[in-house]
Design a protein around this ligand. Structure first.
Ligand code: HEC
Length: 288
């Protein structure tokens, strides 16, 4: 017997198995107590609610119930419900309680669905109507804008007509001269004109109002003599009262010194008449 005890003590001291079993059992016990506490709470809730029919529901979803207790609780609820139904039947003299059956529920669901559909349709129709309205408003605006533009155009056209009339009246002869004048450039060789222009471009710019070694020549044909902004003309040019017609330019370019004596354009002139016509044709072609 002593030997057996000694043997047992040895095992207990050296082998961990008994100790582990003990710990495991304690843990399981602990868990059971905790879970039972939950179950007790739930049972308390159920029994308290059983006191009043109105407050009783089968689905106490806000009560936390460990799954092990779910089944007994459900049994409890079920029997409670049955008991209450029996009681209610008694109270209504055996006529029974009218619980909604499946068909009725399905019907109610159908109705709800149909209503929802109707509502959605109505909403859609409303949205469509609003869209249409917006489109109409836009169209009306566009029309109004068009009408305005058309009016403005008419007014402009009238104005230009009037202007043209007065201008024609004022300078019928002048216009005729200008046309004849430009006709002098009818057979200008623009390509040759461009190469002749190379002799002028060290002093003149024709496509920007920028003075270089001479006044800029923007729109020189038909321009008054000596009016380029920011260029200090010689008194000879300043005193010369006239307009640069093609005819005048042709003479000026042939021999600047003899056309306006005392000018400061250091250029001996273009002896070839075709060169003069070509360079003026080039300038006319590129007039701004
Ligand atoms: C060396 C520079 C130089 C060259 C090259 C030159 N010009 Fe001039 N040009 C001038 C100057 C300077 C004046 C202003 C003269 C004055 O104020 O008396 C002038 C004036 C003019 C004017 C009168 C401008 C105005 O506002 O009334 C015309 C037109 C003109 N030049 C055309 C030409 C053409 C076309 C060429 C080339 C075939 C040319 N010039 C070559 C320097 C030059």
């Amino acid at each position: 017997m002593d030997a057996w005890l000694a043997q047992l003590r040895k095992i207990a001291l050296n082998d961990q198995t008994p100790r582990l079993i003990l710990i495991g059992a304690t843990v399981v016990l602990f868990l059971v107590v905790i879970i039972d506490a939950f179950g007790a709470r739930d049972r308390a809730v159920v029994s308290r609610e059983a006191g009043g029919i109105a407050r009783f529901t089968d689905d106490d979803s806000d009560v936390t119930v460990p799954s092990v207790y779910r089944v007994p609780r459900d049994f409890a609820s079920e029997s409670l419900r049955e008991a209450r139904l029996a009681q209610a039947e008694e109270e209504t003299n055996g006529e029974g309680v009218d619980l909604p059956d499946e068909e009725e529920i399905a019907e109610a669901e159908d109705i709800a669905e149909a209503e929802a559909e109707l509502e959605a349709e109505e909403e859609m129709a409303e949205a469509e109507a609003a869209e249409e309205e917006a489109a109409e408003a836009e169209a009306a605006e566009a029309e109004a804008a068009e009408a305005e533009a058309a009016e403005a155009e008419v007014a402009e056209a009238e104005a230009t007509e009037e202007e043209a009339e007065t201008a024609a009246e004022d300078s019928a002869t002048e216009a005729a001269v200008a046309e004849d004048d430009l006709a002098l450039l009818a057979n200008a060789d623009i390509a040759n004109g461009e190469s002749v222009w190379r002799q002028c471009r060290s002093c003149h710019v024709y496509d920007a109002e920028r003075n270089q070694g001479g006044p800029h020549l923007v729109n020189i044909i038909g321009r008054e003599v000596a009016i380029a902004d920011g260029w200090r003309y010689s008194s000879a040019l300043q005193d010369y009262d006239g307009v640069w017609t093609v005819e005048a330019l042709l003479e000026w370019l042939e021999n600047p010194d003899s056309y306006i004596p005392g000018n400061q354009m250091a250029f001996r002139g273009l002896r070839d008449e075709q060169d003069r016509i070509d360079v003026l044709g080039y300038l006319n072609e590129n007039a701004q």
